[in-house]
Ligand binder design. Structure first.
Ligand code: PEP
Length: 252
């Protein structure tokens, strides 16, 4: 299976910066069968990136969040058809910033995952525990609850289209990370839960949380870790190219 590298730009890079980034990225990398690269820019930059990277078969563009309703009076929200019209084929769901800063509930993540699959997009469902939950030994209980809710409306035959990211919340944007070994054991647990639901053993499970050029390989050498979801270190073409280069040759 190709290694999946996902870049979460959060609230950075409008259309102009996204276009500049894409041009540098195209000069620095070329498609490799060993890796897939997903970009999650702000909604206003989806179209630009989709057009700039249209000829890259290794790249997909995604939304950072979607609403489950296809249209209607939902001020500020992005529907799945609107994201698709802009060029998105994948979407993050349940990122910890949506859950903990914006109050997204487990039930809402489930509705979003199901709506994305119905609409023909692939969800990247994020799960992860807070620092105090980890200290209390609740990591498995928390990620199990989030996974169960996230996949509640997913038919068995659609499970292969889901990607999961394990992102311990205390490791996001903090410079701290789970040890590769600790992350791998949570991944193995998540994989067993997916298999129990009738899903594939080889479902892609990414690790996220302060991944950088200097530590990405230590995660990817773990059999259980199928890729990485990267925030801060995905924001410059140089750093991002170094990270994806681990998946098979970066220089053009
Ligand atoms: C993220 O936003 O999903 C993330 C993992 O951020 P960072 O790499 O900056 O910790």
């Amino acid at each position: 299976m190709a290694i999946l590298f996902a870049a979460n730009w959060k609230m950075h890079h409008g259309p102009e910066q996204a276009a500049t980034f894409a041009r540098a990225f195209k000069e620095l990398t070329f498609p490799q069968p060993t890796r897939s690269i997903w970009f999650f820019p702000p909604a206003t930059s989806i179209r630009t990136l989709a057009l700039e990277l249209d000829e890259r078969p290794d790249v997909a563009i995604g939304a950072q969040d979607v609403h489950w309703e296809p249209s209607g009076a939902y001020t500020g929200a992005l529907s799945i058809p609107l994201a698709q019209e802009a060029g998105a084929t994948v979407a993050l769901v349940g990122h910890s910033e949506r859950r903990h800063l914006f109050g997204e509930t487990d039930e809402e993540t489930g509705r979003k995952v199901a709506a994305l699959l119905d609409g023909g997009m692939r969800p990247l469902l994020c799960v992860g525990e807070l620092a105090d939950q980890r200290e209390r030994g609740e990591t498995e209980a928390v990620v199990r609850r989030q996974l169960d809710a996230g996949l509640a409306g997913v038919a068995e035959e659609d499970l292969p289209r889901v990607v999961i990211a394990y992102e311990p919340v205390w490791a996001i944007g903090t410079g701290k990370n789970a040890t590769p070994d600790d992350a791998a054991s949570v991944h193995a647990f998540l994989r067993s839960l997916v298999v129990d639901r009738g899903g594939p053993e080889d479902i892609a499970i990414l690790y996220g949380g302060s991944v950088k050029p200097g530590n990405v390989l230590s995660f990817l050498v773990e059999d259980e870790i199928d890729g990485v979801l990267v925030g801060g270190a995905s924001l410059t073409p140089e750093s991002w190219t170094e990270i994806v280069g681990v998946g098979g040759g970066a220089a053009a």
